[in-house]
Design a protein around this ligand. Sequence first.
Ligand code: PLP
Length: 409
Amino acid sequence: MTTRDDCLRRDAADPLRRFRDRFHLPDGLVYLDGNSLGPLPRELPARLHATLAREWGEGLIRSWNDADWIGLPRRLGAAIAPLIGARPHEVIVADSTSINLYKLLLGGLALRPGRQVVLAEAGTFPTDLYMAEGAAARAAGIVVRRVESDAELLAAIDETVAVVMLTHVDFRSGRLHDMAVVTAAAHAAGALVLWDLAHSVGALPIALNEAGADLAVGCTYKYLNGGPGAPAFLYVAEALQASLPAALPGWLGHARPFDFAADYEAAPGIDRQLCGTPPVLSMAALQAALALWPEVDMAALRAKSQALTGLFIDLVEARCPGLELATPREPDRRGSQVAFRHPEGYAIVQALIGRDVIGDFRTPDLLRFGFAPLYVRYVDVWDAVERLASVLAEEAWRDPRYRARAAVT
Ligand SMILES: Cc1ncc(COP(=O)(O)O)c(C=O)c1O
C-alpha cells in the first residue's frame, strides 16, 4: 500500500514538478477542480496589467493595430493548435463553447444536405444537446438522435447521419473516446465529426489532424487556466474551411470588415467563423496563461495524469467504503478526472471543501475530482483521500451546513 512518503518521493522525481510554481495556489489547499476552473497563472496579473495600462490606457484605439488586438483570435488559436494536434490556421479563439458548437454544427449540416441526423450521446454536456436541438430546429428536417452507449453509438452511424457530435472526455465519468476510431467510422458512413474538447484540452495530448477530425470546439478556463469565463476556441480542418458556411455571419467574419458593406461576404478560411468584437482583456489573460504550454512535454503530462488518477482510484477504493467508481478503470479509457458515486455526494463534497480539498459535485450523486498534472502533486492525492476517508468515517457530511445547495455545485 502506497504511503505518504512514497508520494513525496514520486513528487521529487516528477519531470513536471517545476510547473506548480507557475500558479498561485492558496496555502494548504488541495485543488482538484482544475477541470472546472484552472488556477491563476502567476505571470498573468502583470501581463494583464500591461495590456490595461499600456495598450488600453496609452494606446487607446490605436492598439487594435499597434498591439494587434484584431489578430488576437488567430494568434491565440495558433497557440492552442499544437495542444490539439492542429495546424495554426485551423484554430481561432472566439465566443463561448456553446456558441462555437452551434456555429460549427449548423455549418456542418449545410455540408451534408439530404442527411437528417445529428448523432449525440444522451449523457453529453447539456449545452451540447440544447445547442444541437436549437440548430436542428433551424435546419429543415433535422433530428438529434441520442444514443446511450459506445456500442450503440458505433451501430447508429449510418448514411442518414450528417454530423456525429461528441464530447471527447465525458464531463461526468471522465470516459475518453478513441478519436481516431470514431472519426474513421463516421467518415466511412460519409458523416462529419464535431468534437467537444472542453475536458480534454490541456489534460492529454490530442491529435485532431492525425485522426482526420473535421470540426472541434473547446474551452480555455479549465486545464488551460484562462480564467473564469475565458473565451473558447474552434477548429475547422483546412479542407473544410472554404466550404463551411458561417452560421452566425457577423461583421468580423466578413472578407473586408472595414468596407462596411451592406451585404455579407464570408472571409476566406477560418476567419468567417468570427462574429463580433473580440473580448481583448479576456484574450490578454488567456494569452498569458498559454505562455507556458510550449515548455510542456505532453507525453509526460499524460503519463502523470494517468498515474495521479490511478493512485486516487486505488487509495479511495482501499480507504473509502461506500464510494462506487464511475470512471473507467483502464487508464487509456479515461481523461484526467475521476468520479465516484455516493447518495450523499453533495454533502460529502461540501464537507471535504470544509477540510480544504476542493472537488465538485454533479447531480444526482457524483463526487468529481480533476487532476491537472501541471500543479497537482502525488502528495495532494494522498492528502485528499486522507481527508475524504475522515469525512466518511466521522459522517461529517451530516452537518446541516453542508446540505444546503448553492447555486453553483
Ligand atoms: C463538455 C462541455 N461543453 C460545453 C461546456 C459549456 O461551455 P461554455 O459555457 O463555454 O459555453 C462545458 C462547460 O463546462 C463543458 O464541460
